[in-house]
Design a protein around this ligand. Structure first.
Ligand code: 5GP
Length: 207
């Protein structure tokens, strides 16, 4: 039995729900993990760093990457492309790591259909639409139009909560982080179907 096979933890939910803060908070608790750095065509925000928050590329580069099948999944979100490169994810999984994704509901759908047996997913949201609006307005890094777009998107995404394994309502950051840590630890113990078949064969052979 190979308990070292990596696993995937998908985090989705509206921008402003606190996904990044939660990831930072659970970092010291969850052991060896790899955060999948997405590629995007959206402009860099103040405070962001190339290669840390995202790989920021042009529309042309992104479309070439699609053409060359470099993405495990990609989606158009708020009028920009976002995608997950296959290579680093494969490498991290081979190293037995937990791979964290911060992707939208379309991305979750794609990852689940390709790597469902090693995937655990969590939808993270604010307690209410009102609270989300408050947080997005306080962030002050985005233009009015961008904020309105995120709210529209959030209303659509929230309809798909039932597609996820878990729901975290991020009202209190410490409490939410505690729940997410538990989920991450359990996600690492998920057994790929290939390992289950091998185990059953070995179990039967060893009479
Ligand atoms: P933001 O512009 O606020 O960083 O992200 C906007 C949305 O795009 C978020 O919901 C985020 O989860 C999603 N997103 C970020 N990277 C990816 C990705 O690689 N694939 C997909 N499908 N969505 C992504």
């Amino acid at each position: 039995m190979n308990y070292d096979t990596g696993a995937i933890l998908v985090l989705s939910g509206p921008s402003g729900a606190g996904k990044s803060s939660l990831i930072k908070k659970i970092e010291p608790e969850i052991g060896d993990y790899y955060f999948s750095i997405s590629t995007t065509t959206r402009p860099m925000r103040a405070g962001e760093t190339e290669g840390v928050d995202y790989h920021f590329v042009s529309m042309q580069t992104f479309e070439e990457d699609i053409e060359n099948e470099h993405f495990l999944e990609y989606a158009s979100v708020h009028g920009n492309y976002y995608g997950t490169s296959i290579k680093p994810v494969k490498k991290a999984l081979k190293e037995g790591k937990l791979v964290l994704f911060d992707i939208d509901v379309q991305g979750h759908d794609a990852v689940r259909s390709r790597l469902g047996d090693i995937t655990t997913s969590v939808f993270i949201t604010t307690p209410s639409l009102h609270e989300l609006k408050k947080r997005l307005n306080n962030r002050a890094t985005d233009a009015r139009e961008v904020i309105d777009n995120r709210i529209k998107m959030a209303k659509r995404e929230i309809q798909r909560i039932s597609e996820f394994d878990y729901l975290i309502i991020n009202e209190d950051l410490d409490q939410a982080a505690k729940h997410l840590t538990r989920i991450a630890k359990a996600a690492k113990l998920k057994i790929p179907s290939i390992d289950i078949s091998n185990f059953i064969r070995q179990w039967e052979e060893n009479e």
